[in-house]
Design a protein around this ligand. Structure first.
Ligand code: TPP
Length: 370
């Protein structure tokens, strides 16, 4: 009998030979390349960088706003910018996007207003509306439920013969949910045009990946459903971009779904309500992962190609600072909602008891007593 390690290696070799498992690395930590990137136009690379720098500044500002009590709880994404920005840039406007609560860098690339993201974390409905011309679903807070919704949307696209894919964004913790497995199973059986995009950021709140699953990788789980599994360095924007582009192309050619595992790291807390020092050596891990920072390596590459300069950087930093301030001002200046909105969107047709509560609320608001 093969030793456990040899068996896992052997299974992986077979999967690779069958075209069911692939690993992509393109941009190394020092900003040099591990393979050709001719398929990625220089202007796309620069746009990726600009989006990533803005996202990080936005994320840090959102944490500060929460600390000041100006927004509610917030889920930071620092460290995951390449995974989110590059995956979103590989999509097309007609695609259906199912984010989770941490995926704002992706949705902002797709046109979601950053001010509305801040409103989302204040419990405001503006934060769940899709930008015009896009199909972005509200962020899913229940873990993995939206992975099934993405499959349903992909099935609808397939029936309607649309040229669109669905993409579900979720974390490593989500892969332990039954919904995740049902979604992959169904999508595999019907060869649906869906991309399962998992950001393996190391932790599901306090649970490290080593305690989440005995699988060595998340991508290898694709093999069980006979769909393609791809593992990429999630801090390598080029690898993420290529993996999603290729998955999209396979999906539109009727070749079915892809499970992408983008290996990355959540640099900060799970949410502003979490204290990561309780379950990991925050200083040491963050220092270690800083060396793999997705923004630094992309800048190093762009500079080496003369696509970016010191003065471009100085200009971008000024632009980003001003934009973030403008976003905050916009978000805080939007008038608070009419409280009666809490009765909207609860049922398609309002039942009598909700109508009665609405009436009662109106009477109270207007100071009318019985
Ligand atoms: C169905 C469900 N179970 C439990 C929770 C509580 N919960 C919130 S976040 C989280 C961890 C999710 O981790 P992961 O999927 O790795 O995503 P990450 O937060 O790291 O992006 C859990 C268990 C939830 N929101 N939904």
């Amino acid at each position: 009998m093969l030793a456990e390690h040899d068996r896992a290696e052997r299974l992986m070799e077979i999967a690779k030979a069958e075209g069911l498992y692939e690993e992509i690395h393109l941009l190394k930590e020092d900003g040099t390349l591990a393979g050709p990137v001719d398929d990625i136009p220089p202007e796309v690379m620069v746009a990726m960088y600009r989006h990533m720098v803005f996202s990080r500044a936005f994320d840090r500002k959102a944490i500060a706003l929460q600390r000041q009590g100006r927004i509610g709880t917030y889920a930071p994404f620092e460290g995951q910018e390449a995974a989110q920005v590059a995956s979103a840039m590989a999509l097309a406007p007609e695609d259906f996007v199912f984010p989770s609560y941490r995926d704002h860098a992706a949705t902002m690339v797709l046109g979601q207003s950053p001010a509305h993201v801040l409103l989302y974390w204040s419990g405001r409905v503006e934060g769940i509306r899709s930008p015009e011309g896009r199909h972005i679903l509200p962020p899913s807070v229940p873990i993995a439920t939206h992975v099934l919704h993405a499959v349903g949307a992909a099935w609808a696209s397939w029936h309607r013969k649309e040229n669109a894919v669905s993409i579900a964004y979720f974390g490593d913790g989500a892969t332990s949910e039954g919904d995740f497995h049902e979604a992959l199973n169904f999508a595999g059986v019907f060869h649906l045009p869906v991309i399962f995009f998992c950001q393996n950021n190391g932790y599901a709140i306090s649970v490290p990946f080593s305690r989440q699953s005995a699988s060595r990788t998340i991508a290898q789980r694709a093999i069980a459903y006979d769909i393609v599994g791809v593992r990429v360095d999630g801090n390598d924007a080029f690898a993420v971009y290529r993996a999603v582009k290729e998955a999209r192309s396979r999906a539109l050619h009727g070749l079915g779904p892809t499970l992408i595992e983008a290996v990355t790291f959540r640099m900060g807390a799970h949410t502003t309500a979490d204290d990561p020092t309780r379950y990991r050596d925050q200083k040491a891990v963050v220092e270690d992962w800083r060396k793999r920072d997705p923004i630094v390596r992309l800048r190093l590459y762009l500079e080496s190609q003369k696509l970016w300069s010191e003065s471009d950087e100085a200009k971008l930093q000024d632009e980003v600072k001003a934009r973030v301030e403008a976003v905050v001002e916009e978000a805080l200046s939007i008038a608070p909602p009419d409280m009666e909105m809490m009765f909207d969107h609860v049922y398609a047709e309002e039942p009598w008891h909700l109508a009665a509560e609405r009436d009662e609320y109106r009477r109270t608001r207007e100071g009318v007593s019985e």
